[in-house]
Design a protein around this ligand. Sequence first.
Ligand code: 7PJ
Length: 259
Amino acid sequence: MGILNITPDSFSDGGFFMSADKALAQARRLERDGAAIIDVGGESTRPGAQPVSLQEELDRVLPVIEVLTREISIPVSIDTSKPQVMSAAVRAGANMVNDVYALREPQAPETIAKLGVPVCLMHMRGEPRTMQQHPSYDDVVSDVKEFLRDRIAACVGAGFNVSRIIVDPGFGFGKTPTHNLELINRLADFRDLACPVLVGVSRKSSIGAILDRPVDQRLAGSLALTVMALLHGAAIIRAHDVAATVDVIRMVEALAQVR
Ligand code: 7PJ
């Protein structure tokens, strides 16, 4: 899953893809580099980020989704927590919803049930503005799993098929670097949720903290975590550096063929 941020403040590529033609050029590049999905987001969820209004988010993402639907052939995912954005984006051609808030906004599960598209439910403790203030868990893996199990149940209760649900432990969302590493090390534990697991580690601050690298020097760290996530069963990797990530995936798949 290649990342296409349509935000002025995204921490690693902020402001570069604000116009629809720049977004299209970047999307073509992600597709050429081997992405299977493009994730379009109009609201930054990085630590400390402020929320954006509904209208602002619609104005950012809808023109981009419309042009991507026409011009590229891989599925488009809309990264949003707002049910109105989910509906408008799917009407404009988006093929799936990626919600870092796991459909906890009122009406979000009912909206997805009606739209009938796949959805990624991600774990986040708190909200982006405050989530990195003293994250603590009894056991991060069981706590995150329990949250995801509850969200799966809420979605199935709202009427949608469990086969359309993807889960994500939410690397970097209300977690310390140690919590994040533990989630990767024990990712195989998420298998009993019986949903494909998506993981997003790309360029994140835990990598910066461990390696003491700025955001433009975290590729090796991101790829190291990607290998581990794949070995522990990740089905989808969300990444900025698609060409390198696809090589890692192909290499790990080649290894798995041999045993
Ligand atoms: C994630 C995401 C993630 C999913 C972001 C960033 C922050 N969606 N959206 N999983 N991260 N599903 O890209 O650094 O990890 S925004």
